[in-house]
Write a protein of this length. Structure first.
Length: 604
């Protein structure tokens, strides 16, 4: 008998979600699960995967919000034992994440809380996954004797299990490896880990999870470092390099040295699983071709629409490069156009594109517990412009992660079309905010609103000094422009906190007044406004920021994907971005990935 179409579609959706999770595409997995939940709202397994994707991405707060109704629904349903354990364990997992991210002074107390939650599930269901997690968290909590007891129980459960499902087979082997390591049985740990690796196939995310677990045990026991070397993550890279000159034309990367550079590029990418960069003629395309040949995921970032990019950065290398560009683009796992529209001679768009690509590489590496790297075909010359390989190398150096250079001789600078550096776009961070309920205020309440709400906001904004390069307001609305994404993020959180601290009742204002704030970063035009005679900020990216603010929940700060990538590149201490999904903007401007900005309490 044929299966019902809805069941077939559901199985296909679940397979796609699991595939995204396996590749470490946690944000994609969450988006797929959210879409599938709309089609199958009562399917708790799909909803479980949505929460799991957020938890793995580090979005613990958002995961907790979705977990509460999921856990309540699971309690009233008869579910397979494994799914029951998986859903129940999510709460303990989030508690574990909080403990591991906490300052040392708080870690043991929080670890005990996580251990107790895991152990309660183990005592109820008698399954090895929650048993070994309880053991490891008791170890972190300073109870090694209880950790040992549970590790032995976990190994016994693994030994007695009969599992046909390959996914369960992997987790049984990984659980056995963790338990054996905790017990100090290194030979058994190596054997179990080898079994797990053999069953993992291309599931790099599960391997990353296991690596994190084993790292905890290694840190607490002081043993097993050699074991971790057996389960190294795939390499995550940002790649960049000089464009190529046509045959016979001298340049930083003349055409007659292409084969030499291509061979060096191919040798440099061994073990790369995920690569982020652009697709200009020369080094970029040589990297892309070699990466695709090896089977790595290629994530292409273009600074403008493809046709304009090809004219400026591909066809300049001579014949054949356009075809190579199109073949690589067609096989890329993803293509991001960081600034839709034409280049207009603005080199700043190249620099912005590179920084977003670097941020995405850092985010993916963090998901997979990998140490990101940069690979650069570079002549070693210092930066001479706002964009280019030397600039990319200098920006990456600030992250503290290594750059591996493939040298090439330099003779003359890369050629580009006429620049418009004085009149072109510059990258700015933009904040839009407004107060819900303002339109209902009577005229008699407006002075109190200005004094109790807007005056404190102005004081907060003033505190960020010259980093605020533009400000505007209309009634309850504020529009700010910054020269730094970290400052913009800090100001947005401070603005939101200032509003939340207002005693609305004492000011004679409605108690449900609340602010929503959105942040975006991108290239904009700065010009003197002919009407006001003051500086104005204009462009498509301003519109994008403005269209996201009405979709932001009151009391929150939402940021775009580009802002999150640039913030990751700056490694802003004390601030965290948690993914919330793809959201439609106001007035049909488009649907975009969005994050919620929050204070990172783990920083103490």
């Amino acid at each position: 008998m044929n299966r019902e179409p809805d069941a077939t579609a559901r199985d296909g959706d679940l397979a796609d979600i699991r595939a995204s999770l396996a590749r470490g595409e946690y944000l994609e997995a969450f988006d797929r699960a959210t879409s599938a939940t709309a089609a199958h709202p009562d399917d708790l397994e799909i909803r479980y995967h949505a929460v799991l994707a957020l938890a793995r991405s580090g979005a613990g707060g958002r995961a907790a919000a979705l977990l509460e109704p999921l856990a309540a629904a699971a309690e009233s349903r008869e579910l397979p034992e494994r799914l029951t354990e998986d859903i129940a364990a999510l709460d303990a997992r989030l508690a574990k994440d909080r403990a591991l991210a906490a300052p040392p002074a708080d870690r043991r107390t929080l670890a005990r809380e996580a251990a107790e939650r895991y152990e309660a599930i183990y005592q109820r269901l008698g399954r090895p996954y929650t048993c070994i997690n309880a053991a490891t968290m008791w170890l972190v909590a300073g109870r090694p004797e209880r950790a040992t007891e549970l590790a032995r129980a976990s190994r016994a459960l693994v030994a007695s299990a009969t599992v046909a499902d390959r996914a369960d087979g992997y987790w049984l082997a990984a659980t056995d490896a963790e338990a054996a390591l905790l017990l100090g049985d290194m030979a058994a740990a190596e054997q179990a880990l080898d079994r797990a690796i053999g069953l993992a196939a291309d599931d790099v995310a599960s391997l990353a999870t296991t690596r994190r677990q084993l790292t905890i045990v290694c840190r607490e026991t002081g043993r097993g470092a050699d074991l971790l070397a057996r389960i190294g993550p795939p390499r995550v890279i940002h790649y960049c390099g000089h464009t190529i000159s046509p045959p016979g034309v001298p340049g930083r990367f003349p055409g007659d040295t292409e084969r030499i550079v291509a061979d060096a590029v191919a040798e440099s990418i061994d073990g790369v699983g995920f690569a982020f960069g652009s697709l200009a003629c020369g080094a970029d395309i040589l990297f892309a071709e070699a990466l695709l040949e090896q089977g790595a995921e290629l994530h292409v970032h273009l600074p403008c629409d493809a046709d304009d990019f090809v004219a400026v950065s591909v066809e300049t290398g001579g014949s054949g490069w356009r075809d190579r560009f199109e073949r690589c683009l067609a096989r890329a796992t993803s293509v991001v156009i960081t600034t839709p529209g034409g280049l207009l001679g603005d080199d700043e768009l190249f620099a912005y594109c590179s920084r977003v690509a670097m941020g995405h590489a850092l985010i993916r590496a963090d998901f997979l517990a990998a140490a990101p790297e940069q690979l650069a075909v570079w002549d070693g010359e210092a930066p001479a412009d706002v964009a280019g390989t030397a600039v990319d190398v200098a920006v990456w150096a600030r992250t503290g992660f290594p750059t591996h250079v493939i040298p090439t001789d330099g003779t003359v600078p890369d050629g580009r079309p006429d620049r418009q550096a004085r009149d072109g776009r510059v990258v700015r961070a933009m904040l839009f905010g407004d107060v819900r309920g303002f339109a209902r205020l009577a005229d008699a309440q407006l002075p109190s609103f200005l004094d109790a709400v807007m005056a404190p906001l102005a004081s907060v904004i003033d505190g960020f000094g010259e980093s605020v390069v533009f400000r505007n307001t209309w009634g309850d609305g504020i529009y700010l422009v910054f020269d730094d994404v970290v400052v913009a993020a800090a100001c947005a959180l401070a603005v939101q906190a200032a509003v939340q601290q207002v005693d609305l009742a004492a000011a004679g204002l409605p108690g449900d007044l609340a602010m929503r704030v959105a942040l975006h970063a991108g290239p904009v035009l700065e010009r003197i406004d002919p009407v006001r005679g003051e500086l104005g900020v204009y462009g498509l990216e301003v519109t994008r920021a403005a269209r996201m603010e009405p979709r932001t929940p009151e009391g929150e700060v939402y940021v775009t994907d580009q802002f999150a990538a640039l913030l990751a590149l700056e490694a802003a201490a004390g601030i965290t971005c948690q993914y919330v999904g793809r959201l439609p903007s106001a007035k049909g401007f488009g649907t975009f990935p969005m994050y919620v900005l929050a204070v990172d309490r783990s920083q103490g």
